[in-house]
Design a protein around this ligand. Structure first.
Ligand code: GDP
Length: 360
C-alpha cells in the first residue's frame, strides 16, 4: 500500500522517520513521502530522514507547547495552510492512504493530529488514518487525560485509528528511553511490513495481499490494532502448518499493539516468509481460527513473500474498540481528568470569610 506519512509532535516525528527509513532500507517503496510537523524546533532538528515543518512559531517561538494539547490544537489550526502546502507533491496521486502519526499523551501531537486529520479529509480522496501512541500506565495523569481527549477526537475524524500502547511492545525493566527505542523500532518494522504487504510482487506468492484488503479491513473505522510474531520455518511442510497456526495465535494473543484486543469487526491475516514454505493448509486453518477468536465474519488472508528463514504472522484488526484495553484506557483517562480537576481547587475559597473584607 503506497502511503504518505505525517508525524506530529516529538513521538510522531521519530516514529515517522523510523518508518520511512525502514521502508527505504528494505527497498519496499511503500512510503511515498514523509513529513514531520512540530512546534518544537529542537525536536525537528534531530530528524534527518524526513522533511520538516515548524508550526506555531508566532505563539511559542519554536519552544513547543509543553503538555498543553489545547494549545497544540490552536497552533495546528493557525498554521494548517502551511502544513497542507508542505504536503503538495508528497501526497501525490500515487498515495493510496495517508497516516498521521502522533503520541497522544503530549501536546503538539495530541492536540494537533486530530486537526490535521480533519483538514486532510477535506482535501484528499484517499483514506486518512491515524497511528496513535497511547501513554503507558505509569505515565502521569496529564498524559492519560490528554490522550483520552485526543483519542476521542481522532476516532471522530479519522477513517481508522491504529493504536500502539506504550506498554505493549517492549520488555519489562527497560529504561523509558530504551523502551521508546525498542517500541519505535517495532512500530517501524510491523507497520512497515503492513504497508509493504500490499506492495508484494505480483505472481510470487500464491495469494498476495492487495492494498484494498488493508483498506477494507480498516473500513470498520474506530480503533485498529496490529499484532506480529515469527518463528523459524522448517523444511517439513507439516511442521510449517503448525508454525503458521502458532505464529498467528501469538500475533493476536501476545504480540499485539493493543493487548487484550481480540474482538473485532474485521481482520487481515498476512503470513510472511519464503513462498515455498508458506503452507496453504496452515494459512487457511489460521484464518478460520482468527474468525472464531475475533468473532468476525470478515477475515481476509494473504501471503507476503519475503526472503527469510522465518515464518511470520501479521494480524490487523479493524473495529476493535470494544476491547477491554480500550475501555480500561478511557477509564484511566477519565479518572486522570477528574483527579486533575480536583487538584485545581480554588485556593481562594479557603479564605472566603464575610467578616474580613478584601482590600480592594
Ligand atoms: P509532543 O511533542 O508535544 O506531541 O509530545 P510527545 O510526542 O513527546 O508525546 C508524549 C507522549 O508520547 C507520551 O505518552 C510519551 O510517552 C510518548 N512518547 C514520546 N516520545 C516517544 C517515542 O519516541 N516513542 C514512543 N513510543 N512514545 C513516545
Amino acid at each position: 500500500m503506497k502511503v504518505a506519512l505525517i508525524g506530529v509532535g516529538q513521538a510522531g516525528g521519530k516514529v515517522t522517520e523510523r518508518l520511512a527509513r525502514f521502508d527505504a532500507d528494505m527497498g519496499f517503496g511503500a512510503v511515498q513521502g514523509a513529513l514531520a510537523v512540530n512546534s518544537a524546533e529542537a525536536d525537528l532538528q534531530s530528524l534527518e530522514f524526513v522533511d520538516t515543518q515548524l508550526i506555531g512559531a508566532d505563539r511559542v517561538n519554536g519552544h513547543g507547547v509543553g503538555g498543553d494539547n489545547e494549545l497544540g490544537t490552536e497552533v495546528m489550526q493557525s498554521d494548517i495552510q502551511q502544513v497542507l502546502g508542505s504536503l503538495d507533491g508528497r501526497v501525490t496521486s500515487s498515495a493510496e492512504a495517508i497516516f498521521v502519526v502522533a503520541g497522544l499523551g503530549g501536546g503538539t501531537g495530541s492536540g494537533g493530529a486530530p486537526v490535521l486529520v480533519h483538514h486532510l479529509q477535506q482535501v484528499y480522496d484517499v483514506p486518512v488514518y491515524a497511528l496513535g501512541i497511547l501513554p503507558g500506565r505509569n505515565e502521569g495523569a496529564l498524559y492519560q487525560a490528554n490522550a483520552g481527549r485526543s483519542l476521542k477526537t481522532l476516532i471522530r475524524e479519522a477513517d481508522s485509528t491504529l493504536l500502539v500502547d506504550n506498554d505493549a511492545w517492549h520488555e519489562q525493566g527497560e529504561s523509558v528511553e530504551g523502551a521508546f527505542e525498542t517500541i519505535n523500532e517495532r512500530i517501524a518494522k510491523r507497520v512497515g511490513l503492513l504497508f509493504a504487504s500490499g506492495e508484494a510482487v505480483d505472481g510470487v506468492g500464491e495469494s498476495v495481499v492487495d492494498s484494498s484488503e488493508v483498506i477494507n479491513t480498516l473500513r470498520a473505522g474506530g480503533v485498529a490494532a496490529l499484532g506480529y510474531a515469527t518463528e523459524v520455518a522448517s523444511e517439513d511442510s507439516a511442521e510449517n502448518i503448525r508454525t503458521a497456526m502458532s505464529v498467528s495465535r501469538q500475533a493476536l494473543l501476545t504480540g499485539t499493539s493493543l493487548p487484550d484486543a481480540t474482538t473485532a469487526d474485521s481482520a487481515l491475516l498476512v503470513i510472511a516468509g519464503d513462498p515455498d514454505r508458506i503452507p496453504r493448509k496452515g494459512v487457511e486453518r489460521a484464518r478460520r481460527w482468527l474468525e472464531d477468536e475475533t468473532g468476525s465474519m470478515q477475515v481476509r488472508g494473504g501471503d507476503f513473500p519475503l526472503d527469510s528463514d522465518r515464518l511470520g504472522a501479521l494480524v490487523l484488526l479493524g473495529g476493535a474498540e470494544r476491547s477491554d484495553r480500550v475501555q480500561q484506557f478511557m477509564n484511566r483517562a477519565r479518572e486522570a481528568k477528574r483527579a486533575r480537576e480536583e487538584e485545581q481547587t480554588d485556593h481562594a475559597a479557603a479564605f472566603a470569610d464575610d467578616r474580613l473584607e478584601d482590600l480592594f
